[in-house]
Design a protein around this ligand. Structure first.
Ligand SMILES: [Fe+2]
Length: 244
């Protein structure tokens, strides 16, 4: 399995607080059958002001530490980017990392606020697509506007956006509303991938194996395989083909 959304880089967002915790999270993922991970720290202006340089520095630290263990996992780094008008500037400046490529477009892991869908989201998404950037919307099931109006996701799906399910939403750890919306979207097969979005050993540990079982039960095993392995592999293969 391949995890394309996780906060395992130490001390650059609200994820792993130390190298030891980062290694423990990677070990836990490996035990569940994860063989590749793309670390996606937050880029959230004014809150987590990460950039290519800060992400690469933390990534190198973790790679060096992992090399001293016997954990067999391949690691790359990208980011989870909070929606904002500045994204356009960062894209023009080539300052945002991508989680991979799909259908000849760079895939941007795009985070909406949890409260609502900001006005202008549709225009930003059209702008990104015109720039050959394909948004993959992170955990739409956690957005409260979508929890009340699930069909408001459809303009983004119809525009071509990918959707990423967070494993802990489906397993119920985030409460009933994200779980209900994730089940609704799963039954419609609107998600492309499931990821752990893991942050720490206590708060949201990696649970991809549990999500695989839940998707198998709710839909079928083919979709569980596609969401945990085949699709994340298609998306991220361009990253793993590059030497780190
Ligand atoms: Fe995240």
């Amino acid at each position: 399995m391949i995890d394309l959304h996780c906060h395992i880089l130490p001390n650059i967002d609200d994820g792993a607080k130390s190298i030891d915790e980062a290694i423990a999270l990677v070990a836990l993922a490996s035990e569940q059958g994860v063989s590749r991970m793309v670390a996606t720290p937050h880029i959230h202006l004014g809150i987590y002001d990460n950039n290519l340089q800060s992400i690469n520095a933390a990534y190198r630290l973790l790679c060096d530490a992992l090399a001293l263990t016997n954990i067999d996992i391949q690691l790359r780094a990208a980011a989870e980017v909070r929606i904002s008008p500045e994204i356009m500037l960062f894209i023009e400046q080539q300052q945002l990392p991508f989680v991979g490529r799909y259908q000849q477009k760079d895939v941007l892991l795009l985070e909406l606020p949890s409260s609502h869908i900001p006005p202008g989201t549709d225009k930003l998404i059209s702008w990104l697509l015109a720039k050959n950037v394909l948004p993959m919307i992170a955990h739409p099931e956690r957005n409260r506007e979508l929890q009340v109006h699930p069909d408001r996701i459809m303009p983004f799906v119809n525009a071509g956006c990918l959707l990423q399910l967070t494993a802990a939403s489906l397993t119920g750890d985030m409460g009933p509303s994200p779980q209900q919306l994730s089940e609704y979207l799963l039954k419609k097969k609107l998600y492309s991938i499931v990821a752990s979005d893991c942050h720490s050993l206590n708060r949201r540990p990696p649970k991809i194996a549990l999500a695989y079982d839940a998707i198998s039960q709710l839909v079928d095993e083919d979709y569980a395989y596609s969401m945990t392995t085949a699709m994340p592999d298609s998306i991220s293969s361009s990253l793993f083909e590059q030497t780190r």
